[in-house]
Structures are given as structure tokens and as C-alpha cells.
Design a protein around this ligand. Sequence first.
Ligand SMILES: C[S@@+](CC[C@H](N)C(=O)[O-])C[C@H]1O[C@@H](n2cnc3c(N)ncnc32)[C@H](O)[C@@H]1O
Length: 222
Amino acid sequence: MSRKRLDLPDSAALIAGAAPDDRLSAPSAERNIGPILEVLERVVPPEGRALEIASGTGQHIVRFAKARPKISWQPSDAAAERFASVRAWIRASGLANVADPRLLDAAAPWPRDLKDLDLVIAVNLLHLVSDDTAAAILANMADALAPGGVFCLYGPFLRAGRFASDGDRAFHASLKARDPGIGYKDVGWVMDLLVVRGMEAPECHEMPASNLMMTARKTGSA
Ligand SMILES: C[S@@+](CC[C@H](N)C(=O)[O-])C[C@H]1O[C@@H](n2cnc3c(N)ncnc32)[C@H](O)[C@@H]1O
């Protein structure tokens, strides 16, 4: 079967046709799933309710769900055209603990049932949106967590205003060329927003390719 690259607005290099169904595969998501799982194993509770925002292809959430089979996982994305792929990944996984994807603009007010969550995770989203959108997304993620709930955010970031590599500088410039309002966010800016939103024990985990995974916990005990 031929492999076709799809040019989608988020610039993720998606490969269609690698699977005999609607599964799309982002090579970056295949590369980072192992390191992300290693951090999740350390911070995620054994059971509860988890929401992934910006699920994209859906290839991550089935791996999360396999690693934490007692958690109910909810995929979501602002783009409904992603859902055929998300559903195909869920079907192919055979897992019963992943719900059908929900349409969710993570920067808009969230539906009332998305609250008291035990985990909220976003991978490779913040650099693709404006500062205002990023701030709204972070606030919504924090507000949706139950006391003791875990916040996880993965992606490329500025560190005290500096790029971690020349590749990061070039990628940020390419994002700005496409839309001057988007681009890398600073770790300190994200951390400050999280603390204001009632999160504690923020941690930054170094990940491959100069990426970071930030984790924090909602104040209060579970
Ligand atoms: C680069 S992809 C990342 C997908 C997946 N998390 C991964 O790492 O492979 C960015 C995703 O963010 C979604 N997205 C963009 N803005 C969003 C928003 N405001 N709310 C929810 N999803 C959004 C896009 O539709 C796209 O699926």
C-alpha cells in the first residue's frame, strides 16, 4: 500500500496508508511515546478518569490506556477530521478503557462533565497556539482536575527565554513565519500560570530532542 503524506495545518508529518484502516501515524508521536510513558509511569495514579486534549492521530492515547488499564481514557481534539484515525487506533488496540473521541476546543469553556479528573495531558500543542489560547488551555486543564489530580504537558519550550537548540530556534521561526501569533512558550511562564491556577509540585522532565515534559499536581489530596 502506498504511503501518502498529508499536509495538515498543525504541520505534523502524518503518514496514511501504513495501516489497513484509517489509522494515521505521526513519526514524532512514535518517537516520543516511550519517554512520555516513562514519566507517566512515575506520576499517574493506577485508576481514575483521564482526558487527553489535542489527541491528534490517537496513537498516543491507546498506549497510555494499555499502560494504565484501570484508568478510563477520554481522547479529544478540536478537529473532528482526526476522529476516524483515533477510532481506528482504539478499534485496533482492542482496549475497552478508551472512550469515543470528543470534540473539544481546549481553549473554550469545557463541558461541565469534564471536571474532577485524575489526569489531564496535552502533547505537542502549546507551541501551535497563541499566548492567549495557551493561557486559556492551561487554566482549563488545571480547573478540570480533582484535588491531587495530575497535569502533564509535553512539547518544545523556551528556557528562561532561550532556545534549547538551533533546531528549536529554526522550528520556532518557521512557526512565526506561518503565524506571528504562535510559537514556543517559556517554561517559567507556564509554571507561573500553573501555580496561579492552584497547581503544586511542578516538575520539568528533560525529554529527547530538547523537549520537556512538565508535570504538576492539583492542590489538595486525592
Ligand atoms: C501537532 S498535533 C499533536 C497531536 C498529538 N497530541 C501528538 O502529539 O501527536 C496538534 C493537535 O492539536 C489540535 N488542536 C489545535 N488547537 C487545539 C485546541 N484549541 N483545542 C484542542 N485541540 C487543538 C490539532 O487539531 C491537532 O490534532
